[in-house]
Design a protein around this ligand. Sequence first.
Ligand SMILES: [Zn+2]
Length: 219
Amino acid sequence: MNMHFRSTLRAELASLILILVIVTLQGCGGGGGAAADVSCADTAAGTYPAQATSAYVLPYSVGETYMVGQGNCTNSSHSATVNQQFAYDMLMPVGTAIVASRAGMVVAVEERYSDGTGIPGEENYVVIRHSDGTTSRYIHLTTLGASVTLQEVVVQGQIIGMSGHSGNSTEPHLHFDVGDGPCTPHVDTDCRSLPVNFRNTSPHVNGLLQGQSYTAEAF
Ligand SMILES: [Zn+2]
């Protein structure tokens, strides 16, 4: 192998590694506006539950307003290919109170990881199972940021933890999603992502919109 070929190969490898790093970091919480997956959005349109009678409220305190940094059906981390097409990333400072979007039982808690590592798999979270077998997930909580314990029964609107920046997160935010089964974090094959609307905020038919801010109103 001559020197020229070797340096070309090295440059190609370097750019390949750079691309891989960018793809990995695109993870959750991009406030820069993740690209829409139009076919996913077209398929999903009309399948969201009616907002006025939705079982869900926004997962933060009444009176507070946060922006959706990454919405549903966006390429990379909220795509159908990773079974999180109906997830929301809500941008908020580390330590923001997170409330139960719907009543249920706590079925998974992780809170040992540090904020800001950016390492996939180091997410802190609370997972709540509802009476119909569906599950809500609250991900990227801060270190020791869970204020509930396993098998605890929680009511809607109860504080369950504090938001953070743990795991595969590009900026402080809450990743919230709902699935039709256990939805074990890091497994993700034991449920399908479900479309969700929230009854205590401004009108939205096909889910909250990326780039829009939503205030949690009394419910
Ligand atoms: Zn997310």
